[in-house]
Ligand binder design. Structure first.
Ligand code: F6R
Length: 614
């Protein structure tokens, strides 16, 4: 969480920083700030509670000169989201400023020591402690800024991606990272720094991903130099970005979320393109090829993830157990890592993550690796931390997801899990050739089915009008559609702020049925399949308590129509692919309800896209 940017070159830094911060706003939008070094002497710091646009309004009319600067967009951890706690934070003498993404865990102890040595603090942040610590070391040991930073970083515990500007070294940007991401963009005599590549892509495709405990020293004359915090020289490894700039624009849609919902046919196609061929009857996941035997012979598979990605993991559990007959456990990363789990060498641990940066998922993976398991990733963001620490993995190829609520990332994760399950099932001979071929055919047909489903967006909008004022909602599903009920409820909660719960349809009788009255919308997945009859009975139970039923059914279904207030038809598909199709109406319902309620769909309150704090 939090986005940081930096620029050093010949251009005016301010517009580059503001544009970069707007691109990173998905990482947090509690406050924004910049620092600009003008003529190497004046350090102008502007910061404001609120969004980047609030900062822009605040800066209007003030000096924005300078070809070197840093910026920050915040998701508050320590201290309220106000002007004072906004970054950048300055040293006591005001000669140095710093932006930070992460958490300094021992900040309290350090702060108390610094206060004893005469430091005073303006903010409640851990970041201000770090900049004072560097200042203290610099003056105490009479060392230069890089050395002071290096020594300070050896004293701090926690996570950081930081960029520093100092009047004492006016031709340098200095940055460092541990556990939070940081990318250096290499232009012509100019350098960019950012939490991810999105602020950099329009200027250069050549980037260096900093590794943990590395310090980047960027000098106008001498260019980029990297050292470790243990003072070892590191030679920079340049990567070429494949992302396109247009992928970061709204492209005529009112919101990124709507654009991303509509991108799903393309995204899903990209997630299996080149990886399966129905005509030739094969499926392969390149990044996992080397680990096929380990997966196929695994004692069990542990899937770790958070939020929506955890829901994808739950669908994956159904797929892998059903098709490949390997036991699967799906774990919240945040719980798994703190409960002394049993991890064995023949376990395969798979992390699912859109951002590839989620702190808990990353830490749980590292722990599993240390305990000897094979760790794999299903990740969207290319070059992200999870993709770099895993033994192997597959990218979902959903393209950049900017809306904070995950949509296309989820459906591509589920697509990949279906492919993974099919691939292992084939290897283990737990799937008949006929079923395997049928699934390959279904998979290739999926993007067209989603296109068709998206044609009902206007009707779904009408349905949304009916329920926009609800205070609560229930989502029900059975089998592999149960996680879709959870996901539907999460989407509604996070963007429209309506309280919603997802339940296995049969569990309703064990408590939640007490909530049902004539005001309760109950969204049910009642598609044709082995559980159909049972779900229809569950719908009757809701109906008998006057609940308002909105059912997702298979095209042509008539039985549910009679009892439901509304039905939304999805194209007929193999049971395995129903979770993907059933997700889409739920995404649209949440989207339209949130818009009608005047909510900020792309940036819901209190949330951030990349959760890089525990
Ligand atoms: C909800 C949502 C979050 C993320 C969760 C994990 O719409 O996006 O619940 O799924 O924060 O993030 P990743 O997938 O980046 O690890």
């Amino acid at each position: 969480m939090c986005g940081i940017v930096g620029y050093i070159g010949n251009k005016k830094a301010y517009p580059v920083l503001i544009k970069g911060l707007s691109r990173l706003e998905y990482r947090g939008y509690d406050s924004a700030g910049v620092a600009l070094l003008e003529n190497g002497t004046d350090l102008n710091v502007y910061k404001r509670q609120g969004k980047v646009q609030d900062l822009v309004a605040f800066v209007e009319g003030k000096s924005t000169a300078g070809t070197l600067g840093i910026g920050h967009t915040r998701w508050a951890t320590h201290g309220l989201p106000n002007d004072i706690n906004a970054h950048p934070h300055a040293s006591g003498d005001g000669r140095m400023v710093l932006v930070h993404n992460g958490i300094i865990e021992n900040y309290d102890v350090l702060k108390k020591e610094l206060i004893k040595r005469g430091h005073t603090f303006k903010s409640e942040t851990d970041t201000e402690v770090l900049v004072h610590l560097i200042e203290e070391i610099k003056s105490k040991y009479k060392v230069d800024l890089v050395e002071a930073l290096r020594m300070a970083l050896n004293e701090v515990h926690g996570a950081y991606a930081i960029v520093i500007v100092s009047k004492d070294e006016p031709n340098k940007l200095i940055a460092a990272k541990k556990s939070s991401p940081l990318v250096v963009g290499l232009g012509d005599d100019e350098y960019y720094l950012a939490s991810d590549a999105t602020p950099i892509i329009e200027y250069t495709k050549n980037v260096v991903y900093l590794e943990d405990e590395q310090i980047a020293i960027i000098d106008r004359k001498d260019g980029l130099r990297i050292i470790s915090i243990h003072n070892k020289e590191v030679s920079p490894e340049i990567t070429e970005l494949s992302m396109q700039l247009e992928e970061l624009e709204r492209g005529g849609y009112d919101h990124f979320m709507l654009k991303e919902i509509h991108e799903q046919p393309r995204a899903i196609h990209d997630s299996f393109r080149g990886r399966l061929n129905a005509k030739e009857g094969w499926i392969t996941l390149g990044g996992l090829k080397q680990y096929e035997d380990q997966i196929a012979n695994a004692n069990r598979i542990i899937i770790i993830a958070c939020g929506t990605s955890w829901h994808a993991g739950l669908v994956g559990e159904y797929y892998i157990e059903d098709l490949a007959r390997i036991p699967v456990e799906v774990e919240y990363a945040s719980e798994f890592r703190y409960r002394n789990p049993i991890i064995r060498k023949d376990d395969v641990v798979i992390a699912i993550s859109q951002s590839g940066e989620t702190a808990d998922t990353l830490a749980a993976l590292k722990m599993s690796k240390d305990m000897g398991a094979t760790i794999l990733g299903i990740v969207n963001v290319v070059g992200s931390s999870i993709s770099r620490i895993t033994h192997g993995g597959s990218y979902t190829h959903a393209g950049p997801e900017i809306g904070v609520a995950s949509t296309k990332a989820f459906t591509t994760q589920v697509t990949l899990l279906a492919m993974l399950a099919m691939m292992i099932a084939k290897k283990r001979n737990t799937i008949s050739p006929r079923r395997f071929q049928a699934l390959l055919d279904e998979m290739e047909a999926l993007p067209k089915k989603i296109e068709k489903l998206l044609l009902s967006a206007d009707r779904i909008k009408e349905i949304a009008t009916e329920y926009k004022d609800a205070h609560n909602a229930l989502y029900l599903g059975r089998g592999s559609s149960f996680p879709i009920a959870l996901e539907g409820a999460l989407k509604l909660k996070e963007i429209s702020y309506i309280h919603a719960e997802g339940y296995p349809a049969a569990e309703m009788k064990h408590g939640p049925i007490a909530l049902i009255d004539e005001n309760m919308p109950v969204f049910v997945i009642a598609t044709k399949g082995p559980n159909y009859e049972k779900v229809v009975s569950n719908i009757q139970e809701v109906k008998a308590r006057k609940g308002r039923i909105i059912a997702i059914v298979t095209e042509g279904d008539t039985a549910v129509k009679d009892v439901a207030e509304y039905v939304i038809e999805i194209p007929e598909a193999d049971e395995i692919l129903v979770p993907i199709l059933a997700t889409i109406p739920f995404q649209l319902i949440s989207y339209y309800i949130a818009v009608m309620r005047g909510c900020n769909v792309d940036q819901p309150r209190n949330l951030a896209k990349s959760v890089t704090v525990e």
